[in-house]
Design a protein around this ligand. Structure first.
Ligand code: ATP
Ligand code: MG
Length: 197
């Protein structure tokens, strides 16, 4: 968990619902960190993912945050950021970027999977966000790897792990093993807390 990243300046912001965090997320964050030479990638757990929450049940933020922390424990260069959960309410990336800016983080890389690259213009205060970040689009199965027009951006080819939190929730509910797709510590947490049953 971070108050502020240790060495501001070369930081990636990887936001999401993480319901739950899976190995596709870890691989994407690792790819961004290595390809861009980042000191750290912050896994930013959304409190209320407002573009998603009206359509479906989202697990409590504290559960998602706890799982994310378990998932990256001891993992070099990945840190879980609790700014959005602490702030409460709907989660806007621009607020997080501004909060990091107050701590000296300048022009962070916003890391997004290829499925989200085309949605950036719909994000809260997109015009401000566009000025404050660079975007790294990580490839993802099922989505074309395209750069968002009007945003400073790069495309990063990844190993393309075909994993989604949706498929993890569904498989847990059906009693199908998710071993090899989710960090083991998270699988234990899901079992112990009866999540997605
Ligand atoms: P859900 O199925 O609930 O939407 P998800 O697997 O898409 O879950 P999110 O929390 O929605 O996970 O996504 C957080 C970020 O991780 C997004 O930028 C998304 O594009 C990216 N991402 C998720 N899974 C992958 C993957 N397998 N490869 C690359 N990027 C991914
Ligand atoms: Mg998603």
């Amino acid at each position: 968990m971070v108050a502020m990243p240790q060495q501001p300046g070369s930081v990636g912001i990887f936001g999401g619902t993480f319901d739950p965090l899976h190995l596709g997320h870890v691989a994407a964050a690792d790819r961004a960190r290595q390809s861009l030479g980042l000191t750290s990638v912050l896994i930013v757990v959304a409190n209320d993912p407002w573009q998603k929450s009206p359509g479906r049940m989202v697990s409590p933020a504290v559960e998602r945050l706890a799982m994310a922390k378990l998932g990256v424990e001891g993992h070099e260069g990945l840190e879980v950021c609790d700014f959005e959960v602490e702030r409460g309410g709907p989660s806007y990336t621009i607020d997080t970027v501004e909060q990091l800016g107050e701590g000296g983080v300048v022009l962070p890389w916003l890391v997004v999977g290829a499925d989200l690259a085309g949605t950036l213009d719909t994000w809260e205060r997109a015009d401000e966000l566009r000025r404050l970040v660079r975007v790294a689009v990580v490839s993802r199965p099922g989505s074309p790897l395209r750069l968002p027009r009007g945003w400073r951006s790069v495309a990063l080819e990844s190993d393309e792990l075909d994993i989604s939190s949706t498929s993890i929730r569904r498989d847990v509910a059906q009693g199908v093993s998710v071993s090899g797709r989710v960090p083991e510590a998270i699988i234990r947490h899901i079992d112990e807390h009866g999540l997605y049953a």
